[in-house]
Design a protein around this ligand. Structure first.
Ligand SMILES: Cc1cc2nc3c(=O)[nH]c(=O)nc-3n(C[C@H](O)[C@H](O)[C@H](O)COP(=O)(O)OP(=O)(O)OC[C@H]3O[C@@H](n4cnc5c(N)ncnc54)[C@H](O)[C@@H]3O)c2cc1C
Length: 396
């Protein structure tokens, strides 16, 4: 019996029995509190991912042949809820939700074998090198080039806002192999070794004071042709798969996570005697409705992926809802706490180590990352409501 078969629900096991078993697994193997030091925290997170993988409890939606659990829709929902409840760390890097579905769909057998297992186990951390200065929403204008030289490409250019670039082992990037004007017809999907000669990572400091992302420079970096996903100049359909999954990936675990966060904020309001205020209650009711809508929408995405293999436009709806919700709940938290919310985490009177202020600052970026709010609105207008195509965007 494989690890996955052992971890997976038996036909006779009900959802609640599966939940109980998951809960026991997360309790028995819980990695404890996260270390404060970033390097130690990173290693701790990696160890936890390996533990989940080694016991067959990783990759709830992934095919079993790649180390996943291939759970049913209903069991994936339970899995995400229990993961959030257990407060255990999730995947490192941006690979799992974004490039993995692309590799599963477009990669060769050899690439799947080489990349998927180590990604799921946390042995290799992946970062997404799409955006460039001047190529964000208008991604087809990207200028990083790759010139074919025998069995290798020679890559030159710059990426920006690469989340987890400093921790990454591999970058999944988009490069121009066509003419400078070729737009989306001359783009190729390449995987670049983060430690290859000519790769330089320069951290960028964000609003919270952290270094979540970086600029990445490529100076004559040599990349084996074997590390190209799909055909040369035909990377664009892969991008659409990746972006759709990027927007979908967060949906289910964020729905479960924000259910918990909302309860935590309610507890805080209760402790501070604020929950009796009718205006406070009205805002909590509104947030409760939103969190449920996010959850139902996430379920639509999972059922789309299971039925059609792609998340579809529901992922843009989800991204829009979650980014607005994330900002609203943190703004509300600051309103509730008043000036106390502004105290730094080391201040004696700080509230919950200033997590709400940190969340408020962090979520300023929510309506930008994974495609801006305006781009999501465009997608929803066209693909959900059937309105005309935005002339500023590349043709479909
Ligand atoms: C926290 C965070 C993490 C990120 N991580 C990564 C990562 O790991 N890898 C990566 O490659 N990138 C990453 N990004 C970059 C992100 O994908 C881009 O910032 C985003 O796509 C927007 O591109 P831009 O910043 O170039 O803004 P622009 O595209 O220049 O947009 C500027 C403004 O113009 C608006 N706009 C542009 N075009 C249109 C249009 N057609 N219609 C209406 N309005 C429009 C935008 O909505 C925005 O308000 C990250 C960004 C953030 C904030």
């Amino acid at each position: 019996m494989t690890l996955q078969e052992r971890a997976n629900p038996a036909p006779a096991e009900t959802g609640e029995e599966f939940r109980t078993r998951l809960r026991a697994f997360f309790t028995d193997h819980h990695p404890g509190r996260a270390p404060k030091d970033p390097a130690e925290r990173f290693a701790w997170n990696r160890r936890w991912l390996a533990t989940m993988f080694d016991h067959g409890y990783a990759g709830p939606g992934w095919p079993r042949e790649f180390g996943g659990m291939e759970l049913s829709f209903a069991h994936q929902v339970i899995y995400q809820e229990e993961l959030a409840r257990a407060r255990v760390p999730g995947p490192l890097g941006t690979g799992l939700g974004i490039v993995a579905p692309t590799i599963i769909k477009y990669g060769t057998r050899e690439q799947r074998d080489r990349w998927l297992g180590p990604m799921l186990r946390g042995d290799k951390v992946w970062a997404q090198g799409y955006s460039e200065p001047g190529a964000g929403s208008d991604l087809p204008s990207l200028r990083t080039t790759a010139r074919r030289d025998g069995d290798e490409y020679v890559v030159n250019g710059q990426k920006v806002w690469t989340t987890h670039a400093g921790d990454a082992d591999l970058f999944f990037t988009l490069v121009r192999t066509g003419t400078p004007q070729s737009r989306q017809k001359g783009i190729t999907y390449l995987v670049v070794d983060a430690r290859a000669r000519g790769v330089q990572v320069r951290p960028l400091r964000d609003l919270t004071g952290g270094h979540a992302f970086a600029e990445v420079y490529f100076d004559d970096v040599r990349v084996p042709v074997a590390d190209r996903i799909g055909e040369e100049n035909e990377g664009w359909p892969l991008v659409r798969t990746s972006l759709g999954h990027e927007r979908a990936a967060g949906a289910m675990n964020q729905a479960a996570l924000y259910r918990r966060v909302l309860t935590e904020l309610e507890d805080l309001a209760r402790e501070r005697g604020l929950l009796a205020d009718p205006l406070v209650r009205a805002r909590f009711t509104d947030l409760e409705i939103q969190v449920r809508i996010i959850r139902y929408n996430a379920q639509r995405i999972i059922s789309d992926i299971l039925a059609k293999g792609e998340p579809g436009a529901a992922s843009s709806v989800s991204r829009l809802l979650i980014s607005a919700f994330e900002q609203e709940i943190h703004e509300f938290a600051l309103d509730l706490l008043g000036p106390a919310a502004l105290l730094g985490k080391s201040a004696a009177q700080s509230v919950q180590r200033s997590r709400w202020l940190h969340g408020f600052l962090r979520t300023r970026a929510s309506t930008i990352g994974a495609g801006t709010r305006e781009i999501q609105l465009n997608t929803i207008a066209e693909q959900v409501l059937g309105l005309p195509h935005d002339p500023a965007m590349p043709p479909r």
